[in-house]
Structure formats: C-alpha cells, structure tokens
Design a protein around this ligand. Structure first.
Ligand SMILES: Cc1ncc(C[n+]2csc(CCOP(=O)(O)OP(=O)(O)O)c2C)c(N)n1
Ligand code: SF4
Length: 350
C-alpha cells in the first residue's frame, strides 16, 4: 500500500467563487480502515467548505484523540489545526476562540472522546455557547483502542465478540438540546445529501453548533445485532425534513413543491430551506425538538436532519462583552493600559 496521495485531478473539475477546486479543501490520504464512516464525513466537510467559498486559512480544525480525531489530517490541509489531548478539545477551542474570534472553529470528536473522558468539557462548552461547530463521529465504540463499547452504545446492542451491552446509552443530541445548544443536528456518514447542507448551516450559525453523525466502525462494530452498523442505521433512519442551505444572496434552487417549503432565516441572512416530513415537530421550538427525539428513541428510530435551531443567539463573546477585535490583533497599549487605569479599576472594586 502506498501513502502518497495521487495529485492528478480531472482538468474540468468545477471551481468555486474563489477559483479553487474541491481538492484544495482535501487533506492527506486517509489511513483509516477502508469503509470507515469517518472518511465520508471528512469528504463532506471538504465539500461543504468548498461550496461555502471559505478561505481554508480562516478555519481552525480541532480534535481530541481517536480514529475520529485523526480526521483533521484528511480534510482542509490548508487550514490551521490542533490535535489536543483525549477529551480536551473544547478547552483548546475556547482558548483559541477567545484569542482570535475571527477564525471559524471546527471541532471533531468521537463518542468516546466526547461522552466519556470529555463529557465535562462537552457540557460546559455548550453552556458557554462558544461559536464553533462540534461534530461527533459516533460509532458506539472506541475504534482506535480496538472496539470497546462506548457510552453511546445502545442497551441491547451486540458487540463483535457477541456480548450484549447492558447500559443505557447517552443520547448526545438530546443532551445538547437540554443544555441549551443553539443548533443541534443529527445525520449519518452515508448520507452526504443531508450531511453537507447541515455542515454548511452549522458553519454559518453564530454560536455552538452540534452535529451528531452516526459513523459506523467497519472493523469493530458493523456486525449483525449492533445498532451502529451500516445495515441497522439505514433501516432505522427517520428524517425530520429535506433541507437545503442557501447562502446570502443566492436564490433557492431546491426542487421542492411550492407551499411545502419553510425558509428559516439565519443570523447572517442566509437561509435554511426546509421541507418538513413531520408536522408535529418545530425546529425553532426546544420542547418540540426534545419531544421529537425522545419519541423516535422509543420507536428505536434514529431521527436525522436539523433537530433544533435558535437563530437569535448570543455567543460567548457577546455574553461576556469581549473586544470586537481579536485579542491577537490588539497592541500593547490596549492590552496593558498602564498603572493609572489599574488604580482606577482597583478603586472601583473597593
Ligand atoms: C488520557 C487518555 N486515556 C485513554 C486513552 C486511550 N484512547 C485513545 S482513543 C480512545 C477512545 C477513542 O474512541 P472514540 O473517541 O469513540 O473515537 P473512535 O476511535 O471510535 O473514532 C481511548 C480510550 C488516551 N489516548 N488518553
Ligand atoms: S477502527 Fe473503526 S473507527 Fe477506527 S478507522 Fe477502523 S473502522 Fe474507522
């Protein structure tokens, strides 16, 4: 096997508004197992950024540890990146975002990285509404350490070795909605038509955007009886809506019958065009979204699509009223205003 990625591309590959072809948004050759769901997600991230006309140097990719957390090597090779410690990606993202609010922060994690060792970090980054995309590649197991059940493995799911998981699973999407995440979506690595618009919408959301993507581990958790296998997920997916993400100043081209489309305006003027498949669910209503997820769990279905969004959200910078300019662009005089100012500040707290 060779690890050199072929550089040949079809000469007629389409270019985006910046003049780049999609390969400018790709990364190195993946070393994950052939068929791993995570590779499909990396490709969807590259395609989403290509379609959004994002300058790759404006993106910072962050991750923890795991096969999923290796993927930032496989997309956006022209972006910034930081592969942190297991479960600690949110605190690195928080520090980086506070120092430079001008970048787009894209965090990827695994279900082990998020729902066990990183749980404390995950819940607090949601509460703070950090402006970032947080995408979990959820395979229900610890792929990198040879397939042990993770905390998102469903009760009753069968492992490759034949043992049945006894414990209730942690449902990350429900948890995110409960904790006040302002954009929550769920998808499947094998459904690019749904995943790419969700990634684009999440990147345009001005607060914490969470996407839980079921991403089967072909080596350790794709056996009959597993509820995270390709076959099981395909048979149990239930979609909330057909959707398209429409950036500002583009016309809606989605092929939906007139009158069935609901246009959700995003903060930056872009639109999510939704054709709802379930009228009992309202994506702008938190209780309705929580209800829809819980109902689908009772029926052993995996609800996918945009689950909940609050377009009028205030991110961490707005809440704590930081400087409009990124801290890393401020000069010494602004950052250190002198001893008179310090004396005034101290006096104000006496
Ligand atoms: C502090 C620490 N504890 C444990 C490990 C071992 N370890 C590495 S990856 C991993 C779990 C990976 O699972 P997940 O996040 O679900 O990612 P996947 O490999 O399934 O994509 C563990 C327990 C570690 N690297 N560091
Ligand atoms: S072990 Fe599983 S999660 Fe890791 S690369 Fe292989 S298929 Fe993917």
């Amino acid at each position: 096997m060779t690890y050199v990625k072929p550089s040949f591309r079809h000469p007629a590959l389409p270019k985006n508004d910046l003049g780049y072809t999609v390969d400018y948004y790709e990364g190195s050759l993946s070393t994950l197992c052939a068929g791993c769901g995570h590779d499909g997600i990396s490709a969807a991230i590259a395609q989403g950024c290509f379609e959004l006309n994002i300058q790759p140097h404006r993106v910072a990719k962050l991750s923890g540890i795991g096969c999923s957390s290796k993927t930032p090597a496989y997309f956006l090779s022209n972006s910034h990146g930081f592969n942190s410690v297991h479960g600690r990606m949110p605190s690195v993202a928080t520090g980086a975002n506070l120092a430079n609010r001008d970048l787009i922060y894209f965090g990827v994690s695994g279900d082990g990285d998020t729902a066990s060792i990183g749980m404390g970090q995950f819940v607090h980054v949601i509460r703070r509404n950090l402006n970032m995309v947080y995408l979990v590649m959820n395979n229900g197991c610890y792929g990198l350490t040879k397939g042990q059940d993770s905390a998102t493995a469903d009760a009753g799911s069968k492992s490759k070795a034949g043992s049945i998981n006894l414990f209730e699973s942690i449902d990350l999407a429900s948890l995110a909605i409960e904790l006040g995440a302002t954009f929550v979506a769920q998808s499947f690595s094998g459904d690019k038509a749904q995943l790419i618009p969700l990634i684009k919408a999440a990147m345009s959301h001005p607060g914490f955007a969470f996407i839980n993507v079921i991403s089967p581990c072909v080596t350790f958790n794709n056996n009959p009886g597993s509820t995270k296998s390709y076959d099981y997920v395909r048979e149990h997916m239930e979609t909330t809506a057909m959707m398209d993400f429409v950036p500002l100043a583009r016309e809606i081209k989605a092929d939906y019958a007139e009158g069935t489309v609901e246009n959700l305006k995003m903060h930056d003027g872009s639109t999510i065009a939704l054709r709802k498949l379930d009228n009992d669910w309202d994506p702008l209503d938190r209780i309705s979204a929580m209800n829809a997820v819980q109902q689908s769990r009772i029926k052993n279905e995996i609800l996918t699509g945009l689950l909940y969004m609050d377009p009028d959200t205030s991110d961490l910078h707005e809440m704590i009223q930081t400087s409009d300019k990124p801290l890393n662009s401020l000069g010494k005089d602004v950052l250190c205003p002198g001893s008179d100012m310090l004396a005034k500040l101290n006096a104000s707290s006496r």
